[in-house]
Design a protein around this ligand. Structure first.
Ligand code: TYD
Length: 243
């Protein structure tokens, strides 16, 4: 069989000795405020109503260790306590979170025949740390091979509406979350427009490179329209063998 991202994702066994070939692994990617979390929830509800076994998680987070890492990385007050977080430390923590999620959640769910929906994965590290923090893609991809045993999603849905629209939504959402929950998860959202422009361009480059795995949805369409597109893409891709 020719080497392809889809094939590779189904035979990763060097470090993780489980058979994950029965499930299907979907990641959602995009800038903060791109609407991916809403779409992930809608797809999960839909797939469950069709009788699929579905496991959802977000990165960073999703495990007990991951939730601790999340609060360190996302809370803009962290640096008052911990000092400035070095870009390489930020990258390594994102991967520590991911390794734990792979072992504790993703692989067991795939082995169990579930459809795994993950809100962000290594493409986020490539876009945010690789491009945003300017650590470079190669370093992120090498880290992915070393720490995640190169586990690739079967499908990545990349929500890439215009940069302006994404930034507007991210700012609105963050103001709401501070007011409503008193939480402060805006360490990334305080970054300037140049940071987000680099991330946006990195996502575009990933979509061009990973043509089999990544489907980019670029329109500034309504939530319902995007949901319909996602439903069509997913129903064409999920193999009949997946429960
Ligand atoms: P989150 O509140 O989950 O935001 P969103 O709804 O936009 O996904 O915050 C996740 C933040 O962490 C987001 O700003 C992107 C960032 N991030 C990275 O920088 N690198 C990574 O590898 C991951 C997974 C997330």
């Amino acid at each position: 069989m020719p080497e392809s991202p889809v094939y590779r994702s189904r035979q990763t066994t060097d470090c993780y000795s489980v058979d994950m070939s029965r499930g299907y692994f979907i990641t959602f990617e995009g800038l903060d405020g791109s609407g991916k979390t809403t779409q992930l929830r809608r797809l999960a509800t839909r797939l469950e109503s069709e009788g699929h076994k579905v496991v959802t998680l977000r990165q960073p987070g999703g495990t007990a260790l991951g939730d601790r890492i999340r609060s360190i990385l996302l809370d803009s007050r962290s640096e008052a306590v911990l000092g400035e977080i070095a870009p390489l430390a930020e990258m390594a923590l994102m991967f520590a979170d991911r390794a734990q999620a792979i072992q504790e959640m993703i692989l067991p769910a795939l082995a169990d025949g579930a459809i795994v929906l993950c809100d962000r994965y290594t493409d986020s590290s490539e876009a945010y740390q690789g491009a945003g923090r300017q650590l470079g893609s190669e370093r992120i991809l090498a880290m992915h091979r070393a720490v995640c045993d190169d586990l690739q999603p079967d499908l990545t849905l990349l929500l890439l509406p215009s940069l302006d629209a994404s930034l507007r939504r991210a700012r609105r959402r963050n103001q709401r979350s501070v007011q409503q929950k008193g939480t402060d998860e805006d360490r990334f959202e305080r970054e300037d427009d140049a940071f987000y422009r680099r991330i946006y361009e990195a996502y575009e480059a990933i979509a061009l490179r990973e043509t089999q795995r990544v489907v980019a949805l670029r329109e500034d369409a309504s939530i319902d329209q995007i949901e319909r597109q996602i439903r069509e893409i997913v129903s064409l891709r999920i193999p009949a063998s997946v429960i």
